[in-house]
Each structure stands twice: as structure tokens, then as C-alpha cells.
Design a protein around this ligand. Structure first.
Ligand code: ATP
Ligand code: MG
Length: 300
């Protein structure tokens, strides 16, 4: 199949989950168990993913050679939705020099002495690079919104703690992403949409298998009681910040093989839109190359 034909086919799978307009967005319209009617055994899915990762790696090489655009991939999800595994698999073919992963945990005292964007802005990808945010500034309108005591620890002047704070933060984030886009950063945001039922199953597995105990955290189970608050916060965040320039992808995450394939496909289709190519070489450079070749050939 020709490259364009493959891309058209991939786009058909990706499109229904790409949110570019917040109006009318409802999380309940998205099924975490969706696989677009695809059925695959493990081997088939792995083979396809392998092709996807090769493609992502090729695009990354071109990004790097051009040194103009950068790509920011944001991953947000409830625990055990598969962020870590997806990042590991989808980026497995990428040259480590062209890619950086940042995992954002609770802010440090130094972070809290600054505006909320400070620590994230320091980690933005350079031109030609792929930056991955495993959690991001969206935590500031997710976990901080669900647990308002965290907001109280953020040392904001009390007159600024109004009821509108979440709408204000979301507007600030949307503007920040517009700014990044206009600077040549392509921003893609992935919400790995796992169901509450599947999360329970994965926690149980972590408890059952000794080699997965390290992944288990009692506080993750505690957070399950705030599920609907989180879903509300996600819905508001996606509605307020989905745009053509910085789309959200609501990725079905109850089947890991599908999540990984989807994320690779979404990256490929978005980067292909940039129409990247390796930098063209001018006549002067061609002469330089010919001279270098001749010099090497002359060596004894
Ligand atoms: P994993 O569990 O796979 O290692 P993780 O991203 O869940 O990855 P943890 O150390 O378990 O990492 O959790 C990080 C915690 O930090 C999460 O509970 C998250 O909500 C919290 N966090 C991230 N950013 C902020 C923030 N800005 N303010 C408060 N808490 C935050
Ligand atoms: Mg965790």
C-alpha cells in the first residue's frame, strides 16, 4: 500500500478520538473499551506497533535534521491507565538524543515559590526534539482541583483564590499552548481513558504478582473514591483547551495494545501534516561534499 493510502486509513481510526473543539464535548460519549472493531492477537498487534514505532523514529530524525519544529507530547490519565507502558513502547525506536521524558510529581518547595507554569516551562523541548510530559501542567486543573487543599499550599495571595480560578487557569493554559504553537512547537495531548472497572482489575493484578508489587501504591486506591470528580475535571479541561493547534486525543485505554497503536498512529498523522523532509543541499554544499570525497579517496 502506498504511504498516503496507509495514512488515510490511519486517519480514519484516529479522527473520532481527536478533539479540536471543546463545545459539546462529553466524556461519556467515549468508550474506554473501544477498539474500532479491530481484533488482534498479541503477535499481530506487536508487529503493527513495531511498524508504527519505526515510522515515529523516521519522523523524529527529520525533525532533528530540520531543527525548526519541536513536538510536545502530553500524557494525562488516572493511575494504571498505561502511561508508562505507552511511552516506553511508542518511543522505543526513537534516538534518545532527540527525545526527553519528564515525569512530573508533586511540586517541590522551590516550585511552589513560582507561578505554576514555571517548572513545566523549563522542560519544554528544544527545536528538533520530542518532549514527553508524563503528567504536566494539566495536574494544576486536575489533582489540584479535586483536592483543593493542594491549592491552599500553592502560596497564592488570598484575593486571587476566587471561584473563577479553574476557568482562569484553563484559559491561561489554552493561551500558553497557542503561544507554543506559534513558536513552532506541535502540542499533542493524550488522555488515556481507562474505565474504573479496568483500573480495579489492574490494581488487583499488581497485588497478585510479586514482580508488580513495586508499582502498587495504596494512595492510588484511595484516589478511586474521587473518580467522578476527576472525570468532571478532565471533561472541563478537555473542553476548555481542545483546539486545532493543540488537540486532545481521548484514547480508549482498557486494551493496552489498542492504546499503544493509537498513540503511535496519532503522532504519525500529526507529524506527517508538517510535510517534513531532510534539508535540501545547495550547490556550495554539494561541492564541499565532492571535495571531501576526493580528499578521502586520495588518502593512501
Ligand atoms: P507511576 O505511579 O507510574 O510511577 P505516577 O505519575 O503516578 O507514575 P507517582 O509518583 O505515583 O507517579 O504520582 C505522582 C503524583 O504527583 C500523582 O498523584 C499526581 O497527581 C501528583 N502531582 C503531579 N503534579 C502535581 C501538582 N502540580 N500538584 C500536586 N500533585 C501533583
Ligand atoms: Mg502513581
Amino acid at each position: 500500500m502506498a504511504r498516503q493510502e496507509i495514512l488515510d486509513q490511519i486517519e480514519k481510526y484516529v479522527k473520532p478520538f481527536r478533539i479540536t473543539k471543546g463545545k459539546d464535548f462529553r466524556l461519556k460519549d467515549f468508550d474506554p473499551g473501544d477498539t474500532c472493531g479491530l481484533k488482534m492477537d498479541k503477535g499481530e498487534a506487536e508487529k503493527l506497533l513495531q511498524r508504527g514505532t519505526v515510522w515515529v523514529a523516521e519522523e523524529q530524525e527529520m525533525l532533528y535534521a530540520q531543527d525548526r519544529w519541536s513536538l510536545l507530547l502530553i500524557f494525562q490519565a488516572m493511575d494504571a491507565a498505561g502511561k508508562d507502558g505507552t511511552i516506553k513502547h511508542v518511543m522505543s525506536g526513537v534516538n534518545p538524543q532527540g527525545c526527553q521524558v519528564f515525569s512530573f510529581k508533586q511540586p517541590s518547595p522551590e516550585d511552589l515559590d513560582h507561578d505554576f507554569m514555571w517548572r513545566y516551562a523549563k522542560c519544554l523541548p528544544e527545536r528538533g526534539r520530542i518532549g514527553i510530559f508524563n503528567r504536566s501542567y494539566y495536574e494544576e486543573v486536575l489533582v489540584v482541583r479535586v483536592h483543593e487543599e493542594i491549592l491552599r499550599r500553592q502560596k497564592l495571595p488570598s484575593t486571587l483564590l476566587s471561584k473563577r480560578i479553574w476557568d482562569e487557569r484553563l484559559a491561561d493554559i489554552a493561551h500558553f499552548e497557542d503561544y507554543l504553537t506559534r513558536q513552532g512547537t506541535v502540542v499533542l495531548k493524550f488522555f488515556l481513558n481507562v474505565s474504573r472497572k479496568e483500573q480495579k482489575k489492574r490494581f488487583m493484578e499488581r497485588l497478585d504478582k510479586p514482580n508488580k508489587h513495586w508499582k502498587f501504591s495504596a494512595s492510588d486506591v484511595h484516589e478511586r473514591q474521587f473518580w467522578s470528580d476527576y472525570m468532571h475535571a478532565f471533561e472541563e479541561a478537555i473542553s476548555a483547551t481542545a483546539s486545532k493547534n493543540a488537540p486532545w486525543y481521548v484514547v480508549p485505554a482498557d486494551n493496552k495494545w489498542f492504546t499503544r497503536l493509537f498513540v503511535a498512529a496519532a503522532i504519525v498523522t500529526a507529524v506527517e501534516e508538517l510535510n517534513l523532509s531532510f534539508p535540501k543541499i545547495d550547490d556550495k554544499k554539494k561541492k564541499e561534499l565532492a571535495a571531501a570525497r576526493a580528499a578521502l579517496a586520495r588518502e593512501s
